[in-house]
Structures are given as structure tokens and as C-alpha cells.
Ligand binder design. Sequence first.
Ligand SMILES: *[C@@H]1O[C@H](CO)[C@@H](O)[C@H](O)[C@H]1NC(C)=O
Ligand SMILES: *[C@@H]1O[C@H](CO)[C@@H](O)[C@H](O)[C@H]1NC(C)=O
Ligand SMILES: *[C@@H]1O[C@H](CO)[C@@H](O)[C@H](O)[C@H]1NC(C)=O
Ligand SMILES: *[C@@H]1O[C@H](CO)[C@@H](O)[C@H](O)[C@H]1NC(C)=O
Ligand SMILES: *[C@@H]1O[C@H](CO)[C@@H](O)[C@H](O)[C@H]1NC(C)=O
Ligand SMILES: *[C@@H]1O[C@H](CO)[C@@H](O)[C@H](O)[C@H]1NC(C)=O
Ligand SMILES: *[C@@H]1O[C@H](CO)[C@@H](O)[C@H](O)[C@H]1NC(C)=O
Ligand SMILES: *[C@@H]1O[C@H](CO)[C@@H](O)[C@H](O)[C@H]1NC(C)=O
Length: 842
Amino acid sequence: MKFFFIFFIFLFSLLIQSCYSDNTILRRQSLKDGDVIFSEGKRFAFGFFSLGNSKLRYVGIWYAQVSEQTVVWVANRDHPINDTSGLIKFSTRGNLCVYASGNGTEPIWSTDVIDMIQEPALVAKLTDLGNLVLLDPVTGKSFWESFNHPTNTLLPFMKLGFTRQNGVDRIMTSWRSPGDPGSGNITYRIERRGFPQMMMYKGLTLWWRTGSWTGQRWSGVPEMTNKFIFNISFVSNPDEVSITYGVFDASVITRMVLNETGTLQRFRWNGRDKKWIGFWSAPEDKCDIYNHCGFNGYCDPTSTDKFECSCLPGYEPKTPRDWFLRDASDGCTRIKAASICNGKEGFAKLKRVKIPNTSAVNVDMNITLKECEQRCLKNCSCVAYASAYHESENGAKGCLTWHGNMLDTRTYLSSGQDFYLRVDKSELVRWNGNGSSGKMRLFLILISLLAVVMLLMISLFCFIRKRRQFKRLRKAPSSFAPCSFDLEDSFILEELEDKSRTRELPLFELSTIAAATNNFAFQNKLGAGGFGPVYKGVLQNGMEIAVKRLSKSSGQGMEEFKNEVKLISKLQHRNLVRILGCCVEFEEKMLVYEYLPNKSLDYFIFNDEHRVELDWPKRMGIIRGIARGILYLHQDSRLRIIHRDLKASNVLLDNEMIPKIADFGLARIFGGNQIEGSTNRVVGTYGYMSPEYAMDGQFSIKSDVYSFGVLILEIITGKKNSAFYEESLNLVKHIWDRWEKGEAIEIIDKLMSEDTYDVSEVMKCLHIGLLCVQENASDRPDMSSVVFMLGHNAIDLPSPKHPAFTAGRRRNVKTGGSSDNWPSGETGSTINDVTLTDVQGR
Ligand SMILES: *[C@@H]1O[C@H](CO)[C@@H](O)[C@H](O)[C@H]1NC(C)=O
Ligand SMILES: *[C@@H]1O[C@H](CO)[C@@H](O)[C@H](O)[C@H]1NC(C)=O
Ligand SMILES: *[C@@H]1O[C@H](CO)[C@@H](O)[C@H](O)[C@H]1NC(C)=O
Ligand SMILES: *[C@@H]1O[C@H](CO)[C@@H](O)[C@H](O)[C@H]1NC(C)=O
Ligand SMILES: *[C@@H]1O[C@H](CO)[C@@H](O)[C@H](O)[C@H]1NC(C)=O
Ligand SMILES: *[C@@H]1O[C@H](CO)[C@@H](O)[C@H](O)[C@H]1NC(C)=O
Ligand SMILES: *[C@@H]1O[C@H](CO)[C@@H](O)[C@H](O)[C@H]1NC(C)=O
Ligand SMILES: *[C@@H]1O[C@H](CO)[C@@H](O)[C@H](O)[C@H]1NC(C)=O
């Protein structure tokens, strides 16, 4: 009896072992939640698991020999089970399936192999590499492997890549978040087109590429050397392109993870400290980001203080102004004068390079590098070449040639490969100048020293002469004679740093501008802008310009000048004034704009004679245009910009009365989602400032909306907001009083001929204006709603709430200085021409 009992226990324990601690699942067996199978050497485990505090159950593989939960593969990543009633078993056809409950008929996940019913001996086995294999244990034939369906982790000996015959493509796909193994939108794969390289995508956007395989490593992963722990085998033949990272020492525990934010990380388990150590990741720096420097640009991360992007030899920035602002996305084009197909061209050699995108290169693996050069020379469309692979560190072989634009080139401090660019003769001389022999170099150094000394002397001479001329210019403007060279102390050059781009700047010479404006003649003065007088000018080619001249010795004006240069050159919109360039010489700082013949909006609407010209369709066009301009600033441009000083005198009108917003001296740039800011220095124009800004220095897109509302009301009535108006304190209050009494119709400008407008349309516009000037910033609509409301007739507008009357509280305005600075000589009609800045700074 006792013996039988012991025998029974023994048999039972054997059974349990064969069921659960074995490394295989037999075809008739099933695995409940809680059951786990281990690989032979107990390195990996397979079964149900949850992540963090989540109750969701997943089926997958994790490290069994590592104390930290580290999942390396998930079967039902997109279909978690809500409770612990899940079951793993074979379907009748022989696929391994995961079911949400024991009696469920439809599996939530399956190995999906067709035609397996004939394999009665089929088992699922977890190997010591972490691979779950469906195989016939007799013949050893495998039908399915988890290694062929990677998730976010690449284990040693796992393969990435594709075969052309049976369409297998092994790609890595990130998790959705650290707690959600569902399929994320980051993928990492071997590119199918062109010469093989690996690509990481964020959604559909290419984010990083390894560069092509050089025989030892990826062109763009210089850290991969033979000293590494990996035994890498790269296969590229007509049927298969793949890469496998084996390890030399099988006891090394390492994995590569594609994480949710688009980074590949390599970890190694440190058994002593019981933690994962990250020892490599990519992309690493700005230069790794795909196409960071645009077409035909290249990225050099060693230039720590300079802009990291440059153009490849023989190319120049497409839009110099953007490059000056450190935005290379437009890339580079071939220098215009250069001809690379007249028999005089040659090749400039770039060292330590990650070669450009190889998706569209021509490949010949059989010829030498010398033959490659000849081949490229013979074909005028060939712009560059490089070797295809290295047999050893120095044995370059094969030939890649580029025909067209080159994308995503970068350099490294060490490693990388040689890259040969076809350039014209002059560029070649320039390029090879550095590489000449010792004697030649000495000679060159001497020559250049001499040149520098001479240049310095000339500069000094010129400087002194110019000083004198400037003194003369102030006394007698007509005697002005320019001395043309760029001065080093200008802020433009500070910002520029890279001398080679000096010539690309939209810089005007002082002499040019002086000539255009008739030496800043009084007759040419158009008025005064935010930080100084504005002159009209005509360039030699007949083009009319407007020149804004920064008042001298004004510290604050300088800030605003810089601000405007930075901002406006980035913006392009039909309803924003266009900048043509700037001029910085000695103490002179000037901005050059397109000239707008019809002057500014205030010239029209606050003058009885001129206002008559503005019929309703024109006024409506102006209102719409301004609204679109502001909308562009607020959300449609690459930056979010709050203008902070919208007023009638800052709206210029062109020939066709199209409004253009000007004067960005006070504008603020905001990051993507930021919509509000605050300042201690309240600047702006009285009458247009929203109460929260005037009182508390809080500005937001809604303060611009307020100013815009005031503009609408002024355009409809032809009156200045800040002007005292009958018994009411200002226009907004006056209009509000009439609106409440139902008499708003009376405030429509009497000078606007009645037959040009439809009262209901004007009233709708007025209504929108009142919505914009509501006291509470959150009640005011944003510009996209305003544009929508202006464009649609049959919509119901909300009733406006009580507006704000800034003027009524003006004595309380907190400005940077004390409120005693408030202009004292104000008279009814001129108040709103005064900008607080002017009051404080000068
Ligand atoms: C889990 O619950 C969610 C929502 O309650 C349901 O949509 C989903 O179908 C459930 N999943 C399973 C496998 O039952
Ligand atoms: C499955 O079984 C559960 C309990 O075991 C039962 O509540 C459920 O109704 C069954 N579902 C079906 C489709 O038979
Ligand atoms: C990728 O997914 C994340 C979160 O699921 C999302 O925030 C992001 O916008 C997505 N990116 C793309 C390019 O689809
Ligand atoms: C490296 O990998 C190759 C091919 O996979 C194999 O033949 C070789 O034996 C491996 N070397 C070592 C040291 O593991
Ligand atoms: C992805 O990896 C990078 C680099 O190690 C890291 O900065 C980032 O936080 C990681 N993202 C997640 C979601 O873990
Ligand atoms: C670079 O590679 C990507 C991905 O293959 C491709 O879409 C793009 O057109 C390539 N660009 C060039 C210039 O070859
Ligand atoms: C390249 O060389 C190999 C062997 O040397 C040969 O089999 C192959 O046909 C050659 N390919 C071309 C395009 O010449
Ligand atoms: C030059 O190369 C291009 C691209 O490979 C090819 O289409 C063209 O036929 C070649 N021209 C000549 C003259 O070989």
C-alpha cells in the first residue's frame, strides 16, 4: 500500500514535470494562465504575464535567468486577455493558438501556418536562445519560429531582413508605451530599395538610417568594430538580404530594443549589480536624424558652436536666409557658375563620412575604386562615388555612384568611409589647396599672413576714412561717399560665425541705401515705426523699398531690431509685410522692406478725405486679410507668434489695398503648444492693449484677438478707439452702449456710401468685433474661429459679453517704469500713436 502510494506520488510528480517544466508543449497539451515552460538551460520562459499594475494578460517570452522582468517577445501584443481565463493550445489544424477562455472557439492569436494538419507529432519548443519553434521532433523540420516575427527586441542570433522568394520580412516594431506592448508606430527594417541599408521609421517618416553595409559595419554605425562582442553575419544575395548579430561568448546576456520614442538601445545584463547596462544607442546626435541638413548638405557634429550643417563641396544653400537662421531643411543646390561636365572637373574627397542615402545608387561590386572614378567621370549625371565595401580596413572594393540629389550625409571624428564628390575646377583647387606639400604650405601660410596684414591696414584706413565721412555726413548729407566692406562688430556677423556664408546674407550696403533714400532726405521720410524713422527709397534697378532706421544709441531698440530680423525673415504670408534685407554698418542698423504705396491703414480710416475711398467691400477685404495674417502668425506658420502691437498704423496696404501686417519689434515667439506668457515690461499701444495685458502683463493669442477686435470697430466706424467720444470714454464703450440699446446701426461710418453695403453684413462684422474685445480673454474667439465667422454668412454668433475698456483704467497701467512716465501732452486724437516703448526707453 505504502509502496504504491509513493510510486503514485512519484508518477504524479513526473507527470507534472513533463507537463509544465519541460521546454515543449505537445500537440494534445494545453497551457493555462499560470503555467510556464522554460527553455532547456532555464534561460528563457514562456507563458502568461502582466506588465506593471495592469490586469491585462499577455502571452510571451521573457528572461528566466534575469531578476528584472524583461519581456523579449509578445504573441498577442494587440489582443490582451482581460482576465486569467486564457489558454494556450493547438488548434485542430495544428497551429499554436491563444484563446481568451477555455471554451472560446475563435483564438485571439495564432501561429497562422497553413496546412499542418498532417503533422501529428508537432510540438512547440522553447530554445535556449529564446526562440519558440513549432517543429516536427522526428525530422527536426521547423514550421514556424518566433524569431521570424520579432517584436521590439532583437536577441543574439535573431535575423533581421527579408527574402525575396517567400516574402518573409523580419522587421522590428516598437511597443506603444513601456506598459503597452501593442504594435507602436516605430519600425526598424532593412530597406528593400537600392543598396542595402537599415532604416528606422516613425510612422511613415524616415527617422534614422544605418548607412550601407561596408563589409565590416554599417557606414553610419562607427561603433561597430571587430573588438565588439558580436559575431555579425551580413547576407546580401539575390534571394536574401539579412543581418544576424551572434555573440562569441554564449554566456553574455544582451539584447537590442527599439523603444517607443524612436531609439535603438543595446543592453547587457550585469549579473553582479543585477541590472541592465545600456552600452549603445542610436540615433545619437542631431546629425543622425535623417536628412537633417537637407538635399546635398552634410552634417558635422564636431562644430560645437557653429551650425552643424554645411553644403557639400560645389553646392551652396538654396535659401541663404534660412541657413543663416540655422534651418537647413531647404538644402543646397549646385553653385550656379559651376560646370561639372566640361572635362576640367575632378573629385573632392571627403573623409570619415556616412555616405548618402543609397536607395537610388548604381552598384557594381566587381570593379575597383579607380575604375569607379573613371566610370563616374564618363557619365555627366554622376555626381559622386564611393566604394561599395571593404575587404579589410584598407581594401576598398566595388563601386557606388550617385546620380541626382544626395541626402543624409554626415561626418565622424573617426571611422566612416571616403566619399568622392564631383566638383568643377575652381572648387577642386580650393578643396585640394589644404592638401599640398610642406614647402607649398609654408609658402601659402606666408602669403596669407601677408594678405591678412594688408587687409588689416586697408580696413584701418577705411575705418578712419569712414568715421570722418560719417561726421561729414551728419553735417552735410550730400557729401556722403561710401566705403564698402563688411564690419566685424555687427550683430549679424556675431550670429553668423561662419564666414563662408557672409556673401549669402541679404545684407545691403549703407552706401546703397543712402543712395536709394537720397541720403535719408527729409522728403523721403514716410513716418516713424516702432524703433525709428522709416524712409522711402528707390534702388538702382528701380525697385521701391521702405527703410526702417534704428535710432542711434538706443539699447532697447536694438533688442527689437534683432527680434524683428529673426522673426520676419522666417515668415511668409500674403498678409505680412515682406523683408528684403538689412543693413548693419557702424552704428547704423536698418531693415529694408518692400515698399507699399498706399501707406498704412490709419492714414485712411482716421482721415475724412481718405476714408471716403474705402467702400465696404474694401474694408471687408482689409478685415479679412488682417484676420488671415494674424491666424498665420498664431497657428499656421512654423512658429507660434504673438504680435503684441497690432494697430492701424502697423497695417500697411498695397496697390490693391491688400493689408500687410508690419512691425514685429515686439512680437514673441512661442513653442508649439504654449499659448500664454507674461512680462514685466508691458509694451504695446494704448487703446489696443487687452486689459489682462495692460494690467498684469499677461499676453496670449487672445490679446492679439483683442487688438484685432478694436481694429474691426475702428474700420467700421472710422473712429479711433482711444479718442474721447461724446460722453463715453472710448469707442468700445460707446459702441457697446449703442449695441445694448439696439442702436448699433447708427455707428456705421457716415462717409461710407450706403449703397456699397448690406447692413446685416456690417452688423455681423461689428458683432464679431465685439466678441473679440470681451473683457474675459477666454470668452474671446481664437483667430481660426474669427476667420471662419468672417467667411460664413449663415451662422449663429454667440452674444457678446461686456467688453473691456482699457482706456478707462489707464492710470492703473503697470508699466516697466512708473506710471508717471505716461505721456502728459496727450490730446484726444493722438493718444494711440504713442507707444509705451518710446516713453520708457528714450
Ligand atoms: C476585454 O475587454 C474589452 C473592453 O471591456 C473588450 O473590448 C475586449 O473584447 C475584451 N477582450 C477579450 C479578449 O475578451
Ligand atoms: C464559457 O465559460 C464561461 C464559464 O466557464 C461561461 O460563463 C461562458 O458563458 C462560456 N461561454 C461560451 C461562449 O460558452
Ligand atoms: C506614434 O504614436 C504615438 C503614440 O501612440 C503618437 O503620439 C505619435 O503621434 C505617433 N507618430 C506618428 C508619426 O504616427
Ligand atoms: C561567427 O558566425 C559565423 C556564421 O554565422 C560562424 O560560422 C562562426 O563560427 C561564428 N564564429 C564564432 C566565433 O562564433
Ligand atoms: C528611449 O531611449 C532613449 C535613449 O536611451 C531614452 O532617452 C528614452 O527615454 C527612451 N524612451 C522610452 C520610452 O523609454
Ligand atoms: C532615400 O531613401 C528613402 C527610403 O528608401 C527614399 O524614400 C528616398 O526617395 C531616398 N532619397 C533619394 C534621394 O534617393
Ligand atoms: C562579378 O564577378 C563575379 C565573380 O568574380 C561574377 O560571377 C559576376 O558575373 C560578375 N558580375 C558582373 C556584373 O560582372
Ligand atoms: C549615366 O547614368 C545614368 C544613371 O545610371 C544612366 O541612366 C545613363 O544612361 C548614363 N549615361 C551614359 C552616357 O552612360
